[in-house]
Design a binder for this molecule. Structure first.
Ligand SMILES: Nc1ncnc2c1ncn2[C@@H]1O[C@H](COP(=O)(O)OP(=O)(O)OP(=O)(O)O)[C@@H](O)[C@H]1O
Ligand SMILES: [Mg+2]
Length: 353
């Protein structure tokens, strides 16, 4: 199989402090790949190494079968879109977009034609003569994208390209980015600390933690089957309950004394991960199915699409986050029933020390 980008064994330390501890990444040609992780985990450093703006202490970067580890940025078939656009405020839109071509000595005629083509791709036809200073944030972002596309790079590197936009514009631009990537068929490597953005956009995601890839895979698999407590917490799993499996393996006993049935036993598990949106909270009723849990409501928070309910199960025992069933949410102090499907109880290994 031909891969567009292979980064192998990438290490980088700054003043003796490791930022990347041996990262392997394979980004398939034509895919939309997202790198996610908390602030400081090494995302931008990795992107800079791929783009040639930083050199690794160890490891190789191979693009389209060619080792580019020692090549300067302009000799790599990649282009980077930085978070803060990095546009030239004194130039018009067209001159900004055509800038990489000018650096390569492309003639004026071809520059104009290709800038117009790139502007059409980001739906900014007719904006060529506008001074960039007069554009909105979203328009500037699209100019930065057009400038990345105009040299026809094999890979577009995007470092938090939507970070400066408000939520509504961000969502709209996410849809546009995805659509654009499909239309032009380029390879996108996209850095974000927003896991929702990564899931919305990417064919594959890698979660970075302290300079290492904690997990990579299809968004759906990573979401449903986080590999560690760190990944589960980063992806917003509301219940991460420490404990251990019962001898039968099919049940897990939490430190709070809660017993949960699981569809996927894991010997030696140390945590049960259950998404709060999979825990249904209902007013207590007689004849609840066996396996349902009972507890007292400690807190109720309206979140918009759902209402989060914190329930103390089994006396002083475990605090479980769930969502209220349709209709009126329960009041604080009410006695409720929790339903957890064994399919939604995912067991995790102990954390490394
Ligand atoms: N030029 C540098 N000199 C010294 N330390 C650096 C340098 N660049 C990055 N670092 C350090 O390396 C680590 C990783 O930084 P990096 O910018 O890659 O994080 P990030 O994942 O992009 O974070 P964010 O989400 O905040 O942008 C951080 O601890 C950072 O302080
Ligand atoms: Mg960064």
């Amino acid at each position: 199989m031909s891969f567009d980008l292979e980064a192998t064994g990438i290490r980088k330390a700054f003043a003796g402090v490791p930022a990347l501890g041996g990262v392997d990444l394979v980004v398939e040609k034509g895919s939309f790949y997202a790198l996610v992780g908390p602030s400081g985990c090494g995302k931008s450093t990795l992107l800079r190494i791929v783009g040639g703006h930083e050199s690794p202490d160890a490891g190789r970067v191979v693009i389209g079968g060619r080792d580019v580890t020692a090549d300067p940025p302009e000799q790599r078939p990649v282009h980077t879109v930085f978070q803060h656009y990095a546009l030239f405020p004194h130039l018009c839109v067209e001159d900004n977009v055509a800038f990489p071509l000018r650096m390569r000595g492309t003639g004026r005629r071809e520059r104009r034609a290709r800038a117009a083509e790139a502007l059409a791709m980001v739906r900014l036809d007719g904006y060529g003569r506008r001074p960039v200073a007069t554009l909105s944030g979203g328009e500037k972002q699209r100019v930065a994208l057009a400038r990345a596309l105009v040299p026809r790079p094999a890979i577009v590197l995007l470092d938090e390209p939507l970070g400066a936009l408000d939520l509504q514009l961000r969502r709209a631009m996410q849809d546009e980015l995805r659509d654009l990537q499909h239309r032009v068929g380029l390879t996108f490597l996209h850095v974000t600390h927003d896991q929702e953005e990564a899931f919305r956009l990417a064919d594959r995601v890698a979660v970075l933690h302290r300079g290492l890839v904690a997990q990579q895979g299809a968004p759906r698999d990573v979401y449903r089957r986080p590999a560690s407590r760190f990944v589960a917490a980063f992806l917003g799993v509301g219940n991460l309950l420490p404990g251990r499996p019962e001898p039968d393996g099919r049940r897990f006993r939490t430190e709070g004394g809660l017993v949960l049935e699981t569809a996927e036993p894991r010997p030696g598990a140390a945590f049960a991960a259950v998404r709060e949106e999979r825990v249904l909270v209902q007013p207590e009723r007689a004849g609840a199915p066996a396996g349902d849990l009972s507890g007292l409501v400690e807190d109720v928070v309206f979140l918009g699409a759902t209402t989060r309910v914190s329930v103390r199960v089994g006396g002083a025992g475990a605090l479980v986050q769930g969502v209220a069933a349709d209709g009126a949410p329960p009041a604080k102090g009410a006695r409720v029933t929790l339903h957890v499907d064994p399919e939604d109880v995912w067991l995790l290994p102990p954390e490394p020390a």
